[in-house]
Design a binder for this molecule. Structure first.
Ligand SMILES: Cc1cc2nc3c(=O)[nH]c(=O)nc-3n(C[C@H](O)[C@H](O)[C@H](O)COP(=O)(O)O)c2cc1C
Length: 340
């Protein structure tokens, strides 16, 4: 359905990759992805032009579609109070920290830009955008994919026009794609989720979460998935823009312990346990709503990273980082699809 040679979809990963990874995976026969949640309109255009110039293969353009929250001064100051000891430790003046949204949802402007490029696949995390946007994307022939963390979400996405469902298991790195329930206990692991979604919907299902090698891909296909979406395994590739401290953490023993945490963005996402998570708790009630939490922690992250420390960095990773290798993404793509 997506026109790729291999059943391998590179998970879009905002903040750690732009077009280079997408191009490498698409040219290797998988489906490369450009995540747009952290790109300005201008940057998005530039990256789409780079993809158009470098591949004729299918590729995916990905967006978040959350509803931006109303900022709460009370919550912002409660969260900054929790971070105050760290600001003092690093000599940061909290008065000088701008509040910022950090991540933007899909918008009318994004559809305009997309229409000029007509990407063959567009995918969404946190539900789907307004139905007129979905219809417009489909008019140029694009397939629409979206993440589901439960059977209910998969049924909702199918009913609202998704052409395939990404079944995201609890193992997955980065943000959980949930949008119908905020109850963190409702998302099953991939072995339980994939077959249930396959039975519940009539569109193809793509398995995501903890898939790190060809055996994992084969297991996903055996459970009824049509393809596997893999994120974490691409994080050490030279085409990814993964930062130094993040790369070091992925290569270390620390990568064995990941957790769902809201301290970096306000929304639960899976990352490697680090100091700020240990000291403030993985799910902290004072954190501003997604994506407003990003601003307050940003200067701590910058100062710590400048000293080579990942104590305040979002070290996103799925539960299985064993597939991470410092080799070109084409090699990872081909080895995920290898039949032995
Ligand atoms: C660093 C990182 C960033 C991510 N960013 C996005 C994103 O921008 N959009 C999205 O749809 N999913 C994002 N995800 C989630 C992936 O789509 C996918 O569910 C996950 O990578 C699959 O699990 P795995 O990492 O264990 O392979 C991200 C995952 C990681 C690890």
């Amino acid at each position: 359905m997506l026109g790729t040679e291999l059943p391998i979809i590179q998970a879009p990963m905002a903040g750690v990759q732009v077009s280079a990874l997408a191009i490498a995976v698409s040219n290797a026969g998988g489906l490369g992805a450009l995540p747009c949640a952290m790109l300005t309109a201008e940057a998005m255009r530039k990256e789409l032009e780079a993809i158009r110039a470098a591949t004729r293969k299918p590729y995916n353009v990905n967006f978040f579609c959350h509803t931006p929250p109303t900022p709460s001064a009370e919550r912002e100051s409660a969260w900054r109070a929790a971070l105050a000891p760290y600001y003092r430790e690093y000599g940061i003046d909290p008065a000088g920290i701008p509040a910022g949204p950090g991540r933007s949802p899909f918008s009318a402007e994004a559809v305009e830009i997309l229409e000029a490029f007509k990407p063959p696949v567009v995918s969404f995390h946190f539900g789907l955008p307004a139905s007129e946007h979905v219809a417009r994307i489909k008019r140029w022939g694009a397939k629409v994919l979206a993440s589901a963390t439960t059977v209910e979400e998969a049924r909702w996405l199918e009913a609202h026009g998704a052409d395939a469902i990404i079944a995201q298991g609890i193992e997955a790195g980065g943000h959980r794609g949930h949008f119908l329930s905020h109850d963190l206990t409702v998302q099953p692991g991939i072995f339980a989720l994939v077959p249930q979604i396959v039975r519940a919907v009539n569109v193809p299902v793509i398995a995501a979460g903890g898939i790190a090698d060809a055996a994992g891909v084969r297991a996903a296909l055996a459970l009824g998935a049509a393809a596997a979406q893999v994120g974490t395994a691409f994080l050490l590739c030279p085409e990814a823009t993964t930062g130094k401290v993040h790369r070091a953490a992925l290569k270390s023993e620390a990568a064995r312990h990941t957790v769902l945490t809201n301290v970096f963005t306000g929304r639960p996402a899976r990352g490697i346990v680090n100091r700020v998570i240990r000291e403030l708790g993985a799910l902290n009630g004072a954190v501003p709503e997604f994506p407003l939490a990003t601003g307050a922690i940003a200067p701590l992250r910058a100062k710590a990273e400048a000293q080579g420390s990942g104590d305040f960095s979002p070290l996103w990773s799925g539960q299985n980082a064993t597939g991470c290798r410092e080799v070109p993404a084409a090699e990872i793509t081909r080895s995920l699809a290898s039949v032995r």
